[in-house]
Design a protein around this ligand. Structure first.
Ligand SMILES: [Zn+2]
Length: 314
């Protein structure tokens, strides 16, 4: 089975929303798209778990640490899931036949500018961070903020602190101005965990051609996302519609910089045939009909594994 890496799921957010739900129980809870069995069935070898605070939960460090605790108590206690903190942990997980789990923060809102909280989260395994969700926060403006501003002074300090700690920066939800400020300032490769091509589907959450080229030239990576409304305006969105984004990113030189960024458990509707990680084999089959096997292996997992192995600290 082809090894899959996925740059974004919102399982932890659902755990916060449904405290009674069991993620890893013997009987799968239907409210989750992602569960351990589906990850295994899909051939997932590396999974990023995003820590995103839903609206109904206070946006503060306490909520962030509650979610991080769920990552430890619900995800990392599953047999066959292994925490990835360092580059070598990825290869070790592969050797042991385990699923490597990387912790990410989606939106720095809840940090409230407190860099001590960031440093403590890093000790708890945080290795990726998107400065914003869709709105403005203390660090930067998000993709749907009409003002469209870039980073604040505190936000620039956040970027610097992340780079010092070895936390990689995710541009997926940034405003365009925030994207370019980060691209200018970043000393390390950055990435887009779950965004598509804006010239295929016009949406501020998708990347312009220039942004795609900037990520490619920074040796970054782009997780093509399965959010139907970032894929196409047509209903229902299909795997073929997803492949149009793949084709476009490749036409801009992105073949070595493309991956999956599902957004499972962060969406209420799904691309037809891509409802959960157990469907990856169908997506891979569709890719194999169009592309050589080596490209499909790269996109499914190897590009992401290479990116994290190069850029996480040794
Ligand atoms: Zn998101």
């Amino acid at each position: 089975m082809m090894r899959v890496a996925d740059l974004h799921v919102d399982v932890l957010c659902k755990m916060l929303e449904y405290p009674d739900a069991s993620w890893s129980g013997a009987i799968a809870d239907a409210r989750f798209d992602v569960n351990p069995e589906r990850l295994r069935a899909g051939g997932v070898g590396l999974q990023v778990f995003a820590l995103y605070l839903p609206d109904e939960i206070p946006s503060d460090p306490e909520s962030i640490f509650r979610a991080a605790e769920l990552f430890w108590s619900e995800v990392l206690t599953v047999r066959g899931i292994k925490l990835v903190r360092r580059a070598g942990d990825i290869e070790a997980a592969i050797q042991e036949g385990k699923i490597g789990a990387i912790l990410s923060l989606e939106g720095a809102d809840g940090l409230q500018g407190k860099l001590w909280a960031l440093r403590l989260l890093h000790k708890l395994g945080l290795r990726l961070l998107g400065p914003t969700w869709n709105h403005a926060n203390w660090a930067c403006d998000g993709a749907l903020e009409p003002r469209g501003a870039g980073f604040t002074k505190a936000g620039r300090q956040l970027v610097t602190e992340c780079e010092n700690l070895g936390i990689l920066l995710d541009v997926s939800h940034l405003s365009d101005r925030g994207f370019w400020e980060l691209a200018d300032r970043a000393k390390r490769p950055f990435f887009a965990s779950h965004s598509n091509a804006r010239s295929i589907k016009d949406n501020p959450r998708n990347l312009t051609d220039e942004q795609i080229e900037a990520i490619v030239s920074a040796e970054g990576i782009i997780g093509v996302t399965f959010v139907p409304w970032f894929v196409t305006s047509r209903e229902p969105a299909t795997i073929d519609d997803v492949l149009r984004h793949v084709e476009h990113i490749c036409s801009l030189g992105g073949a070595g910089h493309i991956a999956f960024g599902s957004d499972f458990d962060g969406i209420s509707r799904h691309v037809q045939g891509l409802e959960h990680p157990g469907r990856y084999p169908d997506l891979i089959e569709a890719l194999l009909k169009r592309y050589p096997e080596s490209f499909v292996e790269d996109m499914a997992g190897k590009n992401a594994i290479r990116f994290f192995t190069r850029n996480l600290s040794k």
